[in-house]
Every structure is written in C-alpha cells, then in structure tokens.
Design a protein around this ligand. Structure first.
Ligand code: PSU
Ligand code: MN
Length: 307
C-alpha cells in the first residue's frame, strides 16, 4: 500500500483554495539559511502581511516532523527562526525528510513542489538559485532551475542572486524552456541591483498581463513554471558596481575554504551581510517584500480570471 502524502494545509489556506481565492506560497529556507535571527522571522511576518495587504492569503511552507506544512502558525515560524537541526530541502531530499520524520525548510525547488501539491499557483521568494560561478569546475547548478522547467508554479523573484553566473543561469533557463519575464523591466535584475546588463527574453507590465500569459501557457499544455523577475525598488538597491568587489571576495573565500554543495549559498549570503555591514540584508528584506506584493497581485488577477 502506498503511503498518503503527509500534507497539512491550515484551515485558512484550505478554505481560500477551495473558494478559488488568491493564495501565495512562501518558502522557508530564507528563514533558516538565508537571513540571521531575528531579521529572518521578522521578515517572514512582514512578507505575510504584504501578501494580506494585497488581498491574498499567505502560505509559508516547511516540513515539520516529516509532514509538509502549508501555512505556518506563528509559534512554528518562531521555532524555525532559531532551530539548528533544520535540513535545507530541495527536490532530492524532500522525500528523505518526510520518510525519516525530520524537519526541513523548503528551497525554491521544494516549495514549488509542495505548493503544486496543495494547489497553489503563485510563489514569492527573494532570488532563485542558479548556475554558480566556477560551474566549469564544480558543476554546481541549483535544482531550482530544473524545477522551474517541470512544475507549474509562477515564481516571483528579484532575479537570480548576483553571487551566481547570471549569463549562464539565463542560458540554462532558455535551454530548459523556462519563460523568464521581466516585470516592468527590459533587463534581468541581479537581486541586490536592478541591473545586470543582461536583457530579459520577454517583458510584461502589470499583474493582469502576467495572469494572461500564465493562462495561455497552461492552455497550451506546456509544463513547467514561469520565472517573474521583479527588480528591487530604486531606493533600496545596491548598484552592481558597489557590490561587485564584495561578491568577488566572498566567492573567493568560499573556494579557499572548500565550501561546497548546499552550504555555498548560505555561506555567500552571510559573508555579504558582513562585508556590506548589513546593507545587503536590508536590501534583501525590501526585495522579498516587494516580490510578495507582486505575487499577491498576480494571485488576485488569476483568481479573477478563473471560472
Ligand atoms: N532568496 C533569498 N534568500 C535565500 C533563498 C532565496 O532572498 O536564501 C534560498 C532559496 O530557498 C533558494 C536557495 O532556493 O536560496 C538556493 O540554494 P541553492 O543555491 O543551494 O540551490
Ligand atoms: Mn548548489
């Protein structure tokens, strides 16, 4: 007998989904591995509030005691914010955490999988994982990219993190047939910076245009998600020229200290907060909230378009 999926959806999220009301999925790796305490928990709450402000229901996702939780009560979020035994889950280890009854935070890839299982179409994060610098040596390509190619969830982000090889990240997404949409921009944003120097393959302005695009893609029977690249607001950005040297220093340190695998992204984010004296964290917080707001507008537009 095959086991049933251990999926716990909060009553609020479940009734919104049943009514066709807008819901936005949120990830939890940003809480456990992406930001320091207490900003991690405070940001998660502000992001949820942003989703509500735009008229949608937030559904933060994590695995607790081997059960997928969609919608997290305050006390669980508080616990995640300081716990040290939380696995960083992607596609490969989501079933491990469930079978071994472990706790895990969900990355972009795992959040997409869980959101889709719950019936959620829209998800906001900070920046997706991508092709790492030095990929010729390490072959480090985030599983987020392949997930975008297979799971039908729209991911709103501020581009890919600028610690990555952005030209190769875009090439890989193109190869895998993932639509990368600039939201009100012609240029692919670089997480902390609004500009990367790289054009986006397509641009859409406004939530209704995004919703139309997603519905046409679904009607064509095309599998996979959509990556919506939404630049950080002007007043919060760190221009690329200012952060470049810090990124290069952090990447060199990671190589020198033999940091590999899942530890790479958390290491680089942490070092950048130190090297920028907190500025990169402040920018990260603003961009996640900005993505949550666009995601909620998109979820609202999609719910209007649904029969
Ligand atoms: N966005 C942020 N901070 C983060 C992440 C996204 O602002 O920490 C996380 C996401 O969970 C993403 C992960 O999936 O970083 C990428 O990890 P990796 O490079 O190991 O795939
Ligand atoms: Mn990796």
């Amino acid at each position: 007998m095959s086991p049933t999926i251990p999926l716990d959806v909060t009553p609020e999220v479940a009734s919104a989904l049943a009514a066709g009301a807008p819901v936005v999925a949120l990830e939890s790796t940003i809480v456990t591995h992406g930001m320091p305490h207490p900003q991690n928990v405070a940001t998660a709450r502000e992001v949820e509030a942003e989703v509500r402000r735009e008229g949608a229901v937030p559904a933060t996702i994590a695995v607790v005691d081997g059960r997928i939780r969609v919608g997290l009560p305050d006390e669980v979020l508080d616990w995640l914010g300081t716990a040290t035994d939380i696995l960083k889950l992607s596609r490969a280890d989501l079933p491990f955490a469930i079978a071994a009854r472990r706790h895990g935070s969900t990355t972009v890839a795992a959040t997409m999988i869980c959101a889709h299982l719950a019936g959620i179409q829209v998800f906001a994060t900070g920046g997706i994982g991508g092709v790492h610098r030095g990929v010729e040596v390490t072959l480090d390509i985030s599983a987020d990219l392949d997930e975008l190619a297979r799971t039908p969830v729209a991911v709103i982000c501020a581009g890919a993190k600028a610690i990555l090889d952005l030209p190769r990240t875009l090439e890989y997404l193109e190869t895998r047939g993932v639509p990368v949409v600039g939201y009100g921009t012609d240029e692919f944003p670089a997480f902390w910076s609004r500009k990367s120097g790289l054009p986006v393959p397509m641009r859409l302005d406004g939530a209704d245009a995004l919703a139309d695009f997603i519905q046409v893609k679904a009607a064509l029977g095309l599998e996979g998600g959509v990556l919506v690249a939404n630049p950080v607001p002007h007043d919060a950005e760190i221009p690329a020229a200012e952060i470049r040297a810090h990124i290069e220093a952090a990447v060199a340190e990671a190589v020198a200290s033999s940091v590999t695998g899942k530890a790479v992204t958390p290491f680089l984010l942490r070092r950048l907060v130190e090297l920028t004296e907190g500025r990169s964290l402040a920018t990260n917080i603003v961009l996640v909230k900005n993505n949550a707001s666009v995601a909620a507008k998109l979820a609202v537009a999609l719910s209007r378009g649904s029969p």
